[in-house]
Design a protein around this ligand. Sequence first.
Ligand SMILES: NC(=O)c1ccc[n+]([C@@H]2O[C@H](COP(=O)([O-])OP(=O)(O)OC[C@H]3O[C@@H](n4cnc5c(N)ncnc54)[C@H](OP(=O)(O)O)[C@@H]3O)[C@@H](O)[C@H]2O)c1
Length: 258
Amino acid sequence: MGKYNKYNLKNYKWAMVTGASSGIGKQFAIQLAKKGLNTVLIGRNTEALTEVADSIHKNSNSSVVIIGGDLVSDIDMIIDNTRKFNVNLLINCAGRGLYGDFVDYECDDYEKMIRLNIEVLTKLSYHYTKQMIQTQEGGIINIASVAGFLPMPHFSVYAATKAYVYNFSLALWAELKPSNIHVLCVAPGKTQTQFFERAKMDPGRKLMSPEKVVAGALKAYEKGSPLYIPGFGNKLVYQVVRRLFTDKFITNILEEYF
Ligand SMILES: NC(=O)c1ccc[n+]([C@@H]2O[C@H](COP(=O)([O-])OP(=O)(O)OC[C@H]3O[C@@H](n4cnc5c(N)ncnc54)[C@H](OP(=O)(O)O)[C@@H]3O)[C@@H](O)[C@H]2O)c1
């Protein structure tokens, strides 16, 4: 453990990773297994989850459990199937976005997104926090987004769900500190994953690698930071742009260029 680390991930036995079949969640699974943690991997695509498990088995002695299911409709089944594991670390990574004019999508599409990005994340946090409080040890890593710091025209519902994740996570961080439960909010900017294809959005250029995002997030977790924003440009949005300009000004600019 590094000199300044407050939370050593190697003390944890089981990590549960939602959205482990691709992108950022898959990287969390791989990098946590490298640190010696056993992992419970959640996603709908069981073939992709099996590939992640195979690659973990090739590179470590960690145990891997796969639970295939839709977090929106099968959440209770998924929680039931994890009861025998003492999950010390919850990674809420499953999430999705929808890019376009607000009325371009069915309301039902937004409802499903809100349920996944907000309700599922909250319910899993609640369930595992209750377990962690009993052992007075554990942690949660919630994946928000830089989009959550801004009102975003054409990405309005997604950005608003991530604003919830940001505020919820920071509040829990402060509340759970006395119970030795650490909560980290990760707010990535554009990252090279399947997110853009699913969100029907052009990713543009300059994407970060999920490997870098996750390596930085795990370091930030061990240091005990409540918030990790990968990349200089994204940090600038949080620390400078938001403080220098009014929300009205930023939103008008985003409406024109985003
Ligand atoms: N990529 C970016 O630029 C970026 C930037 C900021 C924040 N984020 C956030 O990062 C997180 C991970 O996204 P990603 O970029 O890694 O995208 P991704 O490659 O599309 O991964 C999304 C993951 O979520 C899972 N998922 C989606 N809907 C699900 C459902 N109903 N039930 C169970 N699992 C579900 C997917 O698994 P299955 O398909 O197997 O179900 C997949 O593993 C998301 O919360 C996203 O909002 C991404």
